[in-house]
Design a protein around this ligand. Structure first.
Ligand code: C5P
Ligand code: MG
Length: 163
């Protein structure tokens, strides 16, 4: 079926001392990082779920169950790339990706371009198709208290007419 499809993704991970802070495949210098079964890349997970949502192909846990040793400690960009291949095989191309990371600290704006470049390369897109925004939670709630980080993503797919 010809047309456009949009999809929404969201993820949250706890923050803990001594873990790397990996966002969109980029390691951001920080005393604390995201906790999880994989590398806990909350941004890549939200984008992956947005892509799966747009193609109505389930969610990240369905394709990469955290009980599956194949994906244990997996590089989240590999999961993202795999889902891009699935979306492409289903006859869709990505028009654009927009996203927001909600994290109290550290400041992330200096890492915006490297993160966009890494995500674009992984998804085989131009950098101007990939937007990454940052927000604090104004010291309110678990994110604002520095206990967790969240990410939101939205994508637009267009049918390529094949298959
Ligand atoms: O949350 P707030 O509106 O105060 O964020 C202001 C700006 O600070 C954001 O637009 C973003 O550019 C930047 N920011 C950042 N790193 C964060 C949170 C916000 O660079 N962890
Ligand atoms: Mg996750």
């Amino acid at each position: 079926m010809k047309g456009y499809r949009t999809g929404l993704g969201w993820d949250v991970h706890r923050l803990t001392a001594g873990r790397p802070l990996i966002l969109g495949g980029v390691a951001v210098p920080s005393d604390f990082g995201l906790e999880g079964h994989s590398d806990a890349d909350v941004l890549s997970h939200a984008i992956t779920d947005a892509l799966l949502g747009a193609a109505a192909m389930g969610d990240i846990g369905m394709h990469f169950p955290d009980t599956d040793p194949e994906w244990m400690g997996a590089d989240s960009l590999k999961l993202l790339q795999h889902v891009c291949d699935m979306v492409s095989a289903a006859g869709f191309a990505i028009v654009n990706v927009d996203s927001t990371v909600i994290l109290e600290r550290p400041k992330l704006k200096d890492y915006r371009l490297p993160i966009r470049e890494r995500l674009a390369a992984t998804m085989r897109l131009f950098v101007d198709q990939v937007s990454v925004k940052f927000k604090t939670a104004e010291k309110v709630g678990p994110v604002g208290e520095g206990r967790s980080a969240e990410a939101q993503a939205i994508v637009l797919l267009v049918s390529t007419g094949s298959p």
